[in-house]
Design a binder for this molecule. Structure first.
Ligand code: ITT
Length: 193
């Protein structure tokens, strides 16, 4: 089946397509020739995931899902959280976002953090939420070329390497996004889509 992913983040789309069984083909907002930003004005991942999925469901009336995700850092009162994409400014720059995190944590010994994803799925008039989380720590420097966002500074618990040192397949063994996608897939299969 074809399902719309209410996002224009191609990195997320690649990770999600890789996590889906072959019967599911995802199309992004770019495939729909939609190049605007959907407003994300809620202050929770679930709230923003719902806003994105509802926007698409209303506009195109197709089965769709969205992913709202971000990094929560314990010593920063769970910042950047829902502001992860634009933490260092409105122009959304991964490198500047990471620099700001490293600067704020410069003298901090508590490096605990987690990535969270909430997926909102809208299908056949039903709305469902699925969550995924991975615990880890923030490194003192950036390392690795894979992935996107904060991957070069995040090490999943106990692994001794960053998400950016892993290819998509390896990241998927630990990823918050894969954990949420797996639950959505289970739902879709159980409900015979
Ligand atoms: P869409 O809203 O179009 O889906 P986005 O990039 O704006 O794309 P979010 O609003 O959910 O997505 O912001 C998530 C930000 O959190 C993202 O831009 C990254 O900076 C960070 N992030 C989320 N998942 C990540 C991951 O797996 N690895 C690294 N950084 C991640």
């Amino acid at each position: 089946m074809e399902i719309i992913f209410a996002s224009s983040n191609q990195n997320k789309a690649k990770e999600i397509q890789a996590a889906l069984p072959k019967e599911f083909i995802i199309k992004t907002l770019l495939d729909l020739d939609f190049h605007e930003e959907i407003p994300e004005t809620a202050d929770t991942f679930a709230g923003n995931a719902l806003l994105k999925a509802q926007f698409v469901a209303e506009k195109w009336n197709l089965p769709c899902f969205s992913d709202d995700s971000g990094l929560e850092i314990e010593a920063l009162n769970n910042e950047p959280g829902v502001y992860s994409a634009r933490y260092a400014g409105t122009q959304r720059n991964d490198d500047e976002n990471m620099n700001l995190v490293l600067e704020k944590l410069q003298n901090e010994t508590n490096r605990k953090a987690c990535f969270k994803t909430v997926i909102a799925l809208i299908i056949d008039g039903k709305t469902l939420l699925f969550e995924g989380k991975v615990d880890g720590t923030i490194r003192h420097d950036k390392i690795g070329n894979h992935g996107f966002g904060y991957d070069p500074i995040f090490e999943p618990e106990g692994l001794g390497k960053s998400f950016a040192e892993m290819d998509i397949e390896e990241k998927s063994n630990y990823s918050h996004r894969k954990r949420a996608v797996d639950q959505m897939v289970k739902y879709l299969i159980l409900n015979t889509y």
